[in-house]
Design a protein around this ligand. Structure first.
Ligand code: ZN
Length: 455
């Protein structure tokens, strides 16, 4: 048993049922669980470790609901800089075909480190390409070394160009092999217990890269295990919608329903071009959405109707999306973009407040990933929290409202990040590994991958 006392936080943002923001607040943590939340004066005054967070704002760790960590190796590829989704993918698939286990491991570690520094404590990842010797274990190992809580999804592509899909045949897999490996990783790694550090989901990539049979079979397999969720891309761009109409005769929301991908155990990335009827369906069924505004802007995909989703009761979380279509992995900045872009889209300054945006990135993400043990500070919740230094230049002149400043001002990195009661970032530096050699190793692998050498 060990205890940790956080005290004197300038503001503690609880995200509890009353959405309390506590001045001079703190937390008392026993092992991996929050035992008490409140003003410093009302908390126990001793613990094995005591951390004075005067001058810091403390909030529940941010939750990332969509990512492709391996894409950190292929940021800003010149041939993909000015392309929409399909052209961008066609430019990148041949490079990704060269991925190997070591590349996936190192890029997952780098991406998890970047997320952790930005304030993320729980991330999902969507790994859908398994060339050469790549396995899901490679990214599980990388993220575990950083210390994030992780929802790894076993993605897949089975519909190559020769069968009417978008990816080249060289990067797709056989469907029986996909399902067998999906079952293998669920049985090897999925932990459905409270405070689990690792869960597995199934994630066929998109309507234009897998068959309807694989969508249905993946859903059936996932639903035969408790807590195994389903994730994919949906209605990302207009050509994506056109593909759905041409190939299936269905709009994306109807396609999702047709293959059984509607329900509380499903979350779809993007949903930029869903119809109001489809959003109604998502709201009625609790089908979740990962909102990825930077990627949607970068690829000229459009802006999702987040306000319309929230008004219908659709669970919405934030996602940084793959590092090659963002080209960043800063989750707090993603929440900032959610606010800015909803306002730009609707010309309504009240459409999303700073506190709404923070809620999307915490409680919203927790709900999308099906977790009731993270996203808020209450006794019995997991000890996942982050602290930002209010003395940073970004917040100069903004301390009338430090909570709103997190969203309105430049997104900075955290001073502290604690996951499951353990430090992931301490005094602005990663606690479990050295960042500089990791960046060097990552850059060497990226260079070799793009040059087509064995990695
Ligand atoms: Zn994606």
């Amino acid at each position: 048993m060990s205890t940790l006392l956080i005290k004197h936080a300038a503001v503690l943002v609880t995200m509890d049922d009353e959405r309390r923001e506590i001045r001079d607040g703190g937390l008392f943590v026993r092992d991996n669980v929050i035992e008490a939340v409140g003003p410093t004066a009302e908390l126990p005054d001793a613990a094995d470790e005591v951390l004075d967070l005067s001058g810091h704002i403390v909030l529940p760790g941010l939750v990332n609901t969509h990512h492709h960590m391996y894409q950190s190796l292929t940021r800003v590829i010149p041939a993909g800089q000015n392309k929409e989704l399909f052209g961008w993918l066609r430019a990148l698939y041949p490079i990704w075909a060269g991925l190997r286990a070591e590349a996936v491991y190192v890029s997952a570690k780098l991406a998890a480190a970047e997320l952790a520094l930005s304030g993320c404590t729980t991330s999902s990842d969507h790994l859908y390409i398994f060339p050469n010797d790549v396995t899901l274990e490679d990214e599980i190992r990388g993220v575990g070394e950083v210390g994030l809580r992780f929802h790894a999804t076993r993605g897949s592509m089975s519909l190559g160009e020769s069968k009417g899909g978008l990816p080249p045949d060289s990067v797709v897999e056989d469907e029986d092999a996909i399902l067998a490996d999906s079952q293998r990783v669920i049985e090897a790694f999925h932990d459905n217990s409270r405070y689990a550090m690792l869960r597995i989901g199934l994630a066929p990539c998109s309507p234009f890269s897998v068959t309807r049979d694989l969508m249905r079979a993946s859903a059936e397999l996932a639903r035969s295990y408790p807590g195994v969720r389903l994730h994919t891309h949906l209605a990302e761009t207009k050509p994506d919608v056109e593909y759905s109409l041409e190939q299936f005769g269905l709009l994306p929301g109807d396609y999702a329903e047709d293959v059984g991908w509607i329900g509380e155990d499903v979350w779809h990335a993007h949903c930029v071009h869903l119809t109001p009827e489809a959003l109604d369906k998502f709201g009625r069924t609790g089908t979740g959405v990962a909102h990825c505004p930077a990627s949607n802007a970068r690829l000229a995909s459009g802006i999702a109707q987040v306000r319309g989703m929230l008004d219908r009761g659709v669970p919405v979380g934030m996602g940084v999306d793959g590092s090659a279509s963002n080209d960043s992995g800063h989750l707090l900045n993603e929440a900032r973009l959610a606010l800015l872009m909803q306002r730009a889209l609707t010309c309504d300054p009240d459409v999303l407040t700073a506190r709404d945006a923070l809620e999307l990135a915490t409680l919203g993400g927790a709900r999308v990933l099906g977790r009731d043990d993270i996203g808020a500070f209450k006794p019995g919740m997991a000890a996942d929290f982050v602290a930002y230094d209010l003395g940073d230049v970004a917040y100069a002149g903004a301390l009338h409202d430090p909570v709103a400043a997190l969203i309105f001002c430049t997104s900075i990195n955290v001073a502290y990040n604690v996951v499951n009661g353990k430090f992931v970032v301490r005094e602005g530096r990663l606690a479990n590994l050295e960042l500089e050699p990791l960046i060097e190793q990552h850059n060497a692998i990226a260079r070799a991958l793009v040059d087509g050498e064995a990695t």
